[in-house]
Design a protein around this ligand. Sequence first.
Ligand code: PLP
Length: 368
Amino acid sequence: MKVPFVDLTSQLASIRPEVDRAVAEVLDRGAFVLGPGVAEFEEQFAPATGRRHAIGVNSGTSALHLALLAAGVGPGDEVVTTPHTWISTTWAISYVGATPVFADVDPVTGNLDPAAVEAVLTDRTRAILPVDLYGHPAPLVELERLAADRGVALVEDAAQSHLATLDGRPAGSFGTLGCFSFYPGKNLGAVGEGGAVVTDDDELAARVRRLRDHAQDGRHHHVEVGYNYRMEGLQGAVLTVKLRHLQEWTDERRRAAARYAELLADVEQVTLPGVAEGVAPAWHLYPVRVADRDTVAQKLAEAGIATGVHYPTPVHLQPAYEHLGHGPGSFPNAEQYAATCLSLPMFPELTAEQQEHVATQLRSAVGG
Ligand SMILES: *Cc1c(COP(=O)(O)O)cnc(C)c1O
């Protein structure tokens, strides 16, 4: 039996008539960049994140860049973040000329450890940038309190956590601004690139809205250095259709996660993803941890099961960040995750049979 890692085409097939209508409307209207398709999506996405404003942009990376600019982060500032993430989180800090300061992660969830964050705050800290990794919200209540106490911004990287909740609050609703990605493989995926910044603050929203469109506050009047980070009309239209199904797809992911937990509960050699109290993850990924990870992945591949590694090299050990002077051992929990994490197939259409095959093969691969 073949088990793909994700299955984007079958999801699209299940809503194809709706998508075709939305695409045709964009083509008929000719509004290819921003326009009504994007405006409608923004109106519907904002409340899904518990926010008053959503601003559609051309990627999650751009969303992070604009959020940090709006939060007033610039050269000479420090931004505290996690080394165990997709590299874009750190790129955004570099784009605004600030310095990434890493704090180690919690061994159970792989998310930032608030005590480690507190230990690296300095007078130069301007923002804290946690990531809701794997779709599991970071300890955002603690981090929000820490940011408020120190008078710094909290910017939430919610690129993997659409519709996840913490104490009943949706991902993206914590701190000053939240950032989403709609890269095709994300829980809410465009048919190309896309992202959004969400916030409750009217002025920050207006600034992000200007910055994404060459910082124009009227036609041909540019109030600061701006960017071409606009969302395409086609992406807005397709995302509006998909947003209608997102809760149902998230429920399916939660069912699949519960099923993995049940099937693998007694396999000692496999550490299941931890879930913190009060959290309902969006299960963007289902990362287990195993010793000798690459061999296990190889055995699963031979049994027709695709897996992923998120992420094999922590950011502090990437050549791009060599100048920060970290080395192996700098952030042991993040490095432990990088060495042992293995993402099992996880998507809403995953069947019970496929999951049973994954569990059986994983059990045998680890000798359980
Ligand atoms: C996907 C992702 C991003 C970047 O989003 P793009 O749309 O690919 O630019 C940022 N942070 C995290 C944690 C992500 O997973």
